[in-house]
Design a protein around this ligand. Structure first.
Ligand SMILES: NC(=O)c1ccc[n+]([C@@H]2O[C@H](COP(=O)([O-])OP(=O)(O)OC[C@H]3O[C@@H](n4cnc5c(N)ncnc54)[C@H](O)[C@@H]3O)[C@@H](O)[C@H]2O)c1
Length: 444
C-alpha cells in the first residue's frame, strides 16, 4: 500500500483534545491535498475524528474550519493551481472557501471506536494512560482486517511496551508532536524494538510533508524532550529545597523562576513552564518515567503536594494560562502559590528582598532579542563570560543550573536515549524554543 493509499482511511483517537485536534487539522489538510490531485479524483477519503464527547467534537469542527481558513489563505497561490479550470472558482475567496469545504468534507466526527475498524492508519492522542492506550489499540487491531498502523503521540510511555501490550507486531511508532502540533516544528520519532521499516518510512514522509523537523529518539521513557524537561524540573525543585531556610518557599520559587528565565535566557521560567504544560501532566509523565527507569528516582513530592491541593495550571480552551504554581494577569506571573497557607503571595511583596539576596548579576540579553539576532552566539558568549566571573548567590545558582542542564543533555546521549549531542540541542532549540542547546561551551 502506497503512502497515498494508506492515507485514504484514517482515524484520530482523542481528536477533540489539545494534541488530537491539531493532529486532525494537519492530517485533514495532508489528505485533502492528496485527494485533490487529478489522479486521485473520485477516490474516497475518510478521516474519522474519534473522541468520547460529542460536545467536544462539535467544537473541533468549528476549530478546524477557522484554522483551515487561516492556513488556506497562506497557500492560496498553490490552491489556485489545484483548482485551475474549476468553473465558478475565480477569486481567492471562492478558492479558499472551496478548499475549506473540501478539507472539512473528509472529516467524520464520532464517539464510536468501531469507525476505526476500517482505517489503514490510526493516530492516537488520548490521555497519557498506558492501560487505556493498550486497550484501544488491542480492540482496533483485533477487529480491523487491514492490519492498521498506529502512530502514538505518547509523551513518555515506551513504544515497545505499547506494541507488546496490544500485540501490534511492529505496526506502531512513536510520533511525538509538540504542543500545538500545527505550529511547533519538532517531531520526535521513536521506533519500538519491532517497528516495521515501512512504518518508519511512512512516518518520515508524513513528517516531511508536514514540514516538520525530525529528531529520532531511542525508545526510553520520556524520550529526549521530556527526558530533559522532567530532570530540569526535579533540579529546580531541589534548588528550591536547598534555598530554605534563608528563603521562604515562595521566595525560593520566585528566585528559581527568575533565574531560569532571565539569567538562563529562556522563553519562560521553569515554574511557568510547568504551569504551561500542566502540573498534572508533568506529574504523570514523571510517574511513567519513574516506573520504567528504576535506577533513577524521578519523583517530585512538590508536584504531588500541589496536585493534592488542586493546583494544576494548564490552559483554557482559548490558549490563555490558568493559575497554577504561579498566578497570572494578562499572561504574566503576579503571585506564587504557597502550599503552606494555600494562598497566593504577590510577587511585588517579595521581589526586591529576593533580588537583593541574589546579589549582583550581569544584565542578561532578553531571550527575544537573542533568538532574533544574527549575532546570537556572540551575545550569549559575552553574557555567559560575565556570568562566569560573577560571584553572587544568583550567579552561582544560574551557573549550577546551566551546568546541570548540560549534564542532563550529556546523560541523554551517554545512556543512548539520543543518538548524538546535536539531536539533544535540536529538541531544546526547536521544541522548547531555547536560545541555545544544553550541550554548549558557554561556561567552559
Ligand atoms: N499537551 C501537551 O503538551 C502534549 C505534548 C506532546 C504530547 N502529548 C501527549 O498527547 C496525548 C494527549 O494529550 P493532550 O494534552 O492532548 O490531552 P487532552 O486531555 O487535551 O486530550 C485527550 C483527548 O482524548 C479524549 N479521550 C479520552 N479517552 C478517550 C477514549 N477512550 N477514546 C477516544 N478519546 C478519548 C478526551 O476526551 C480528550 O479530548 C497524551 O499522550 C500526551 O502525553 C501532550
Amino acid at each position: 500500500m502506497s503512502y497515498e493509499e494508506r492515507l485514504q482511511h484514517v482515524s484520530i483517537l482523542g481528536a477533540a483534545g489539545k494534541m488530537g485536534s491539531g493532529i486532525l487539522l494537519l492530517t485533514a489538510m495532508e489528505m485533502a491535498d492528496i485527494s485533490l490531485k487529478p489522479e486521485n479524483k473520485g477516490k474516497p477519503y475518510v478521516l474519522n475524528a474519534i473522541d468520547v464527547s460529542d460536545e467536544a467534537l462539535a467544537g473541533v469542527i468549528k476549530y478546524l474550519k477557522a484554522q483551515v481558513l487561516k492556513l488556506a489563505e497562506k497557500k492560496v497561490v498553490g490552491l489556485r493551481k489545484v483548482y485551475a479550470g474549476h468553473a465558478g472558482l475565480i477569486d481567492n475567496d471562492e478558492i479558499i472557501n472551496q478548499y475549506v469545504f473540501d478539507v472539512i468534507s473528509l472529516v467524520r466526527t464520532t464517539t464510536r471506536l468501531e469507525s476505526a475498524y476500517d482505517s489503514f492508519m490510526i493516530f492516537e492522542a488520548i490521555k497519557e494512560d498506558p492501560a487505556l492506550k493498550i486497550s484501544l489499540f488491542s480492540k482496533i487491531a483485533s477487529n480491523n482486517p487491514h492490519q492498521p498502523w498506529f502512530f502514538t503521540n505518547t509523551s513518555s510511555i515506551p513504544i515497545t511496551k505499547l506494541d507488546e501490550g496490544a500485540a501490534l507486531k511492529g505496526c506502531i511508532i512513536g510520533f511525538h508532536f509538540y504542543n500545538p502540533p500545527a505550529i511547533q516544528k519538532l517531531v520526535e520519532i521513536i521506533k519500538a524494538e519491532q517497528t516495521l521499516p515501512e512504518v518508519e518510512e511512512f512516518a518520515r514522509t508524513y513528517a516531511k510533508n508536514l514540514r516538520k523537523v525530525i529528531v529520532p529518539s531511542h525508545d526510553v521513557a520520556g524520550f529526549i524532550g521530556n527526558g530533559h524537561f522532567m530532570r530540569d524540573i526535579l533540579y529546580a525543585n531541589s534548588a528550591v529545597d536547598k534555598l530554605s531556610p534563608e528563603f521562604s518557599y515562595t521566595e525560593a520559587v520566585y528566585a528559581m523562576n527568575k533565574i531560569t528565565q532571565d539569567y538562563l535566557v529562556r522563553p519562560m521560567g521553569i515554574f511557568q513552564l510547568i504551569d504551561y504544560v500542566g502540573v498534572d501532566v508533568c506529574s504523570f509523565i514523571l510517574s511513567v518515567m519513574d516506573h520504567h527507569l528504576k535506577e533513577e528516582k524521578l519523583h517530585s513530592p512538590l508536584l504531588d503536594k500541589l496536585l493534592s491541593q488542586g493546583v494544576k495550571g494548564g490552559q483554557f480552551s482559548d490558549g490563555s494560562q490558568k493559575d497554577g504554581i504561579l498566578k497570572y494577569e494578562k499572561g504574566r506571573p503576579v503571585a506564587i502559590y504557597d502550599p503552606g497557607t494555600k494562598t497566593y503571595v504577590a510577587i511585588s511583596e517579595l521581589q526586591s528582598k529576593v533580588d537583593q539576596k541574589l546579589g549582583t548579576m550581569p544584565i542578561p540579553p532578553p531571550w527575544k532579542v537573542v533568538v532574533g539576532s544574527k549575532a546570537k552566539n556572540e551575545l550569549l558568549r559575552d553574557y555567559f563570560s560575565q556570568l562566569k566571573n560573577e560571584a553572587s548567590l544568583g550567579a552561582a545558582l544560574a551557573k549550577a543550573y546551566v551546568l546541570n542542564s548540560h549534564a542532563i543533555g550529556q546523560q541523554l546521549v551517554s545512556s543512548g536515549v539520543a543518538m548524538n549531542e546535536n539531536d539533544v540541542n535540536t529538541v531544546l532549540l526547536t521544541g522548547f524554543f531555547h536560545a541555545y542547546g544544553p550541550i554548549n561551551n558557554y561556561l567552559a
